[in-house]
Design a protein around this ligand. Structure first.
Ligand code: CDP
Ligand code: MG
Length: 679
């Protein structure tokens, strides 16, 4: 053949151009001029703290510099967020012209996209923590980058202590601690005065505007501000910070609706959401360049504060809130709360507007509130969360003396003690605080102690088939139903088809005609449909959440062998399933009382979430999966139990006196009905 087909040539040319321009972008990043100095510093010091403005190229470039410099390295780079790990790995694979999952890969919980060939692995901080279980000295790595260190997530903080420790006896290991321009002195101090390498930022000025009076409805205020900017301001994309998926979806819907109404009166506005649970192909969209004449608005969680850099942002809208875990060490109750963000956060957010040109930040709160109502900086997660998970992990690593663990900021003493007590009550530790056989098996599962206890208890109650489904569904937050505004009735009816008496956990575990069928019906029906999108669509089910639940379930089922749990079904009986849930979550018991519920141990008032299938029924005793504070303290995902079971599964925690009133009054109706219906 004399010549290459012209189309082929054009395509090759296009790919070449793209590659070229990507290399140009790489060279234009603020970090690029410091490439040699940085490599020299890494060469010279075992531990180096690297500070640089968000977007300067720390995450994507430093590993590539290292790989270009020395052959045969294996680099691990941690990220506090799943989305960041995935998207950064994809970007770097592209820059290196390799297939994602080969030389460059990522590993996040329930999803491993790496191979034998992987030399650069982006992963969540939690995943690296788990790697200590199989490789306590991380021998296969030559460089560990603890990235986004300023986020101070629980897992990053624990990594600090563990990695500092192994660096002492692994002199060949290089440790890089990368952070936005926050608090780097503290990192240096913690790592025995490791030097700080500063990458000077390029930042354009950002004008900050405050509201004159507090906003009553910040969501509405966001929508109005976006449209105002769109209509009155010169070109440039907009970034809006909201607190979570629901808010973001609501905001996007409102924006789209109003744009539709305004029609051709305004220029095109591309509305793009970004949050952790958003499917990755949708996530990738935020990085696409904005077409000429249009404007892009990205509606994001905190993830866009420092973990992701979106080019072209000129305007930032900051309502000043974020969703935070908060933990009451006295009651052991953990709750997600929307709270004012810190001043440090607000300043990071504003900074996002000044990366490519002078920008503007619209703060939807008053200057007074900024000064007087916001904290200086965010409290590290380790000081406001349940430590059960981490304590179990550290115990499995043979670290028994947790009080003297090398914490950068130690957790409150009572939180540690409570975690130990909880693990004792779950049977994971003995009275000497040593790991039990059960505890060792629990630690094998990459989930919270209560969840792993539930899974292990399913062995005894012979219902692991169903409990695995429950665990998988809980891990996607049961957010599998969608409820389009114009089809609320249909959606609710469809949902009713899946409701099983007894509680939200059982949802989808509805048995079919006879005892011989598979009872894992939710996923099974879907499987029967060939995992079809159509089936999901007809049932108002989110295909992607289902797919994720399926993946999680497959992974957990794969681990059952290792912890020697046989996968068997309870054959349509919900009783053993509910007992297994109780065995894991007995801490989360609430009892019906006037007007709502009260938690058993601490008498805190809580309410059934309106989305729950038990919202109307209000059984006397129930177990909740989590508490969410919005207008009130709501229990999400609840299941009805018999208080008598508590004595059976947690005799060392509950006294029969505490559970008295109901043991005398059983609930024959509901029990009977449940049984009958499950027949
Ligand atoms: O880590 P740091 O905040 O210092 O910067 P980075 O994440 O390495 O990003 C450097 C540049 O890479 C950004 O300015 C983006 O232009 C680009 N990037 C991208 O296009 N897509 C991504 N998923 C990540 C980064
Ligand atoms: Mg980064």
């Amino acid at each position: 053949k004399p010549f290459v087909a012209p189309e082929g040539a054009a395509q090759t040319r296009k790919a070449e151009l793209k590659k070229q321009s990507m290399q140009e972008v790489r060279r234009s990043l603020p970090i690029f001029p410091y490439r040699e100095d940085l490599l020299a510093a890494i060469h010279e010091h075992q531990i180096l703290v690297i500070e640089g403005e968000t977007g300067s190229g720390k995450t994507t470039q430093i590993p590539q510099y290292l790989l270009e410099d020395v052959r045969g390295m294996k680099i691990g780079c941690t990220q506090p967020r799943r989305v960041a790990a995935m998207s950064v790995a994809a970007r770097v694979a592209q820059e290196m012209s390799v297939k994602l999952g080969n030389e460059v890969g990522y590993s996040i919980r329930f999803e491993d996209c790496t191979s034998e060939r992987t030399v650069l692995k982006y992963m969540t901080d939690g995943m690296l923590l788990r790697e200590f279980l199989t490789e306590p000295d991380l021998a296969s790595y030559s460089v560990i980058i603890i990235d986004e260190a300023h986020e101070r997530t629980l897992h990053t903080d624990i990594l600090f202590g563990l990695i500092k420790d192994i660096a002492r006896f692994r002199s060949d290991l290089k440790v890089l601690v990368a952070s936005a321009t926050l608090d780097t002195e503290r990192f240096s101090c913690f790592f025995d005065d490791a030097p700080v390498f500063r990458i000077p930022g390029r930042r354009f000025p950002v004008d900050i505007f405050y509201t004159k009076a507090p906003e009553a409805d910040y969501l509405e205020a966001c929508v109005v501000s976006v449209l105002q900017i769109h209509v009155t301001q010169s070109p440039g994309d907009i970034l809006v910070f909201l607190t979570g998926q629901e808010e973001i979806e609501a905001c996007c819907e409102l924006l789209q609706e109003r744009c539709r109404r305004l029609g051709s009166k305004i220029a095109e506005l591309l509305v793009l959401p970004i949050y952790a649970n958003l499917p990755s192909d949708m996530q990738a969209k935020i990085f696409n360049p904005t077409p000429p004449g249009a404007r892009k608005v990205v509606v994001a969680t905190n993830i866009a504060e420092t973990s992701l850099t979106i080019d072209g942002i000129i305007y930032v809208i900051d309502p000043g809130f974020c969703k935070q875990k908060s933990y009451n060490a006295r009651t052991g109750m953990e709750s997600l709360i929307v709270t004012p963000c810190s001043r440090a956060s607000a300043n990071q957010r504003a900074g996002r507007a000044g990366r490519v040109a002078a920008g503007k930040c619209f703060r939807l709160y008053t200057a007074w509130a900024f000064k007087h109502e916001m904290e200086e900086s965010t409290v590290p997660e380790i000081q406001r969360t349940n430590l059960g998970n981490v304590v179990l992990l550290l115990k499995s690593l043979g670290i028994n003396d947790l009080i003297h663990f090398d914490f950068m900021d130690p957790p409150p003493h009572e939180t540690l003690v409570l975690a130990l007590e909880q693990l004792y009550a779950l049977g994971a530790l003995n009275h000497l605080g040593e790991l039990t056989k059960l505890g060792r098996r629990m630690a094998e599962l990459p989930v919270d102690p209560m969840l792993s206890k539930m899974i292990l208890a399913s062995e005894q109650y012979k219902c692991s088939e169903e409990v695995l489904t429950i665990a998988a569904m809980l891990s996607v937050n049961n957010s599998i139903f969608y409820r389009p505004k114009d089809k609320v009735v249909h959606a609710d009816n469809a949902r009713m088809n899946f409701v099983v008496p007894g509680g939200d956990h059982l949802l989808g575990n509805k048995p079919r005609c006879c005892a011989n069928c598979s009872h894992d019906v939710f996923l099974a029906q879907w499987l029967e449909s060939g995992y079809s999108t159509q089936w999901c669509y007809e049932n108002f089910i989110q295909f992607r959440s289902m797919r994720r639940a399926r993946d999680v379930r497959d992974q957990l089922e794969g681990l059952m062998d290792r912890i020697e749990v046989e996968v068997v079904s309870s054959q349509g009986d919900s009783l053993p399933i509910r007992k297994a849930v109780t065995a894991g979550y007995f801490y989360h018991t609430a009892r019906l009382s006037k007007g709502g519920y009260k938690t058993v141990k601490h008498q805190q008032t809580v309410y059934v979430h309106p989305n729950s299938s038990l919202f109307e029924e209000q059984p006397r005793w129930l177990i909740y999966h989590e508490l969410v504070f919005t207008t009130k303290e709501f229990m999400r995902q609840v299941i009805e139990i018999d208080s008598g079971w508590l004595l059976e599964v947690a005799p060392h925690y509950y006294k029969s006196k505490e559970l008295e009133d109901s043991s005398s009054k059983k609930m024959p109706r509901k029990q009977g009905k449940t049984k009958e219906e499950l027949g």
